[in-house]
Design a protein around this ligand. Structure first.
Ligand SMILES: [Zn+2]
Length: 396
């Protein structure tokens, strides 16, 4: 039986629509219709209580959540636990993200994602392999002993998922434009990150299939007067997508506001870069033998190096409004439609429109998550799962 989501404010192409119902049939959105459409009366009705219905959030960078780190447990159970933790914050699509590790761990992670997708684990869209093909000069919290160059021998591994999307973050200077071309031609989404590349090296990579920049500004060569660097190439290029961490700490909000003036907003996507502490009471964990803990609101290792974030998507959307001056519709698109388009999934995810997958998030006016749907299935959030938003953290 069809389900009619009624009495909500529905995010459409030109802002929020009132007096509309969203009809779901199976895993798809059948139509968006006036509340008095006869099909609503025939459907099982769900009253949204005047809350805001948004496309479900798509997070392309999720290292962990719910106390689980993907690197430590590259398994179906871990992916399920991470997805469940993030779903409470509105994420209905995500890429489990593996940071630099040995190639046998990369292979196990690919196998886990393959099995998770085949088992229908809610929300998993593929995998993000962030390293080990990174530059030690911009390693951030990645383990320098795991880093390596990327030659032909790795192409088979990186193209082996066979379903969903594979996103690979690499340092273009650790490989060749020809290999970037081969990955891209095989359907891999290639993003530059943890890279000390020159502007010229990035321009060459952009001409050979590079389409993204991983956590723009963090762990990359910066824009300076005589060296535009990775940041300069990213901001100048009109087509590529930039992932941004909007926790008020990874990047000064003023710097992100400047970035938003440089290229189209639909080329930015909100990412969490979340770690196991998101959706968990425990705020420290072990990363490849090193202790990571929350200090002054950010995750750091013993040396104080940033180690992912303790932020969820709903908080990130609130931060994008409070710190970047975006309105809710644009912040929501940056959390759903634009990352879906980056992944080549813009025809099925990121919009509340006929034939799109029924991946939705219901939020109140404070952007606290009330309910989510993944492929038409409501989560049935329990009262304790509803999140009371904290005010956005500002730079001290
Ligand atoms: Zn990173």
């Amino acid at each position: 039986m069809a389900v009619a989501l009624v009495n909500g404010r529905v995010l459409g192409e030109a802002g929020f629509l009132e007096g509309r119902a969203v009809l779901l049939e199976g895993d798809r959105i059948e139509d968006v219709v006036p509340d008095d459409d006869p099909r609503c009366a025939r459907a099982e009705q769900r009253d949204l209580g005047g809350c805001l219905l948004l496309p479900g959030f798509v997070d392309t960078q999720v290292n962990g959540g719910g106390g689980v780190l993907f690197n430590a447990e590259p398994s179906v159970a871990a992916i399920r636990a991470i997805g469940r933790a993030h779903r409470r914050f509105g994420t209905t699509g995500f890429l489990p993200t593996l940071i630099s590790d040995d190639l046998d761990v990369v292979a196990r992670a690919l196998e886990a994602v393959r099995s998770a997708m085949d088992a229908g684990v809610p929300g998993v869209l593929g995998i993000h392999i962030e390293g080990p093909y990174l530059n030690v000069a911009r390693k951030g919290v990645h383990n320098s002993k795991k880093l390596r160059g990327l030659d032909e021998s790795a192409i088979g591994l990186l193209t082996s998922l066979g379903r969903g999307r594979t996103l690979v973050t690499l340092a273009p200077e650790m490989t060749t434009p020809g290999i970037i071309s081969k990955l891209s031609s095989a359907g891999v989404v290639v993003s530059a990150g943890h890279t000390n590349a020159t502007y010229g090296e990035i321009r060459a990579a952009l001409g050979h299939g590079l389409t993204g920049f991983t956590h723009l500004f963090n762990a990359m060569s910066q824009l300076t007067g005589r060296a535009p660097g990775v940041v300069g190439a990213a901001l100048e290029d009109p087509e590529s997508w930039c992932g941004i961490i909007v926790d008020g700490r990874h990047v000064d909000p003023a710097v992100l506001r400047i970035a938003l003036r440089c290229k189209r907003h639909d080329r930015f996507m909100l990412v969490t870069d979340a770690m196991p502490s998101v959706g968990a009471a425990e705020k420290s964990f072990s990363l490849q033998g090193r202790m990571i803990s929350v200090s002054d609101g950010v995750l750091v290792d013993e040396e104080g190096t940033l180690a992912g974030s303790d932020t969820d998507m709903a908080t990130t959307v609130r931060n994008a409004i409070a710190l970047l001056g975006l309105d809710l519709p644009e912040a929501a698109r940056m959390a759903s439609r634009y990352p879906a388009e980056f992944l080549g999934l813009g025809g099925e995810l990121g919009r509340i429109a006929p034939r799109y997958r029924a991946n939705l998030v219901l939020v109140d006016d404070q952007i606290a998550v009330r309910e989510t749907w993944i492929d038409g299935c409501a989560s049935g959030l329990e009262p304790g799962d509803q999140q009371v938003p904290e005010p956005p953290r500002r730079l001290g």
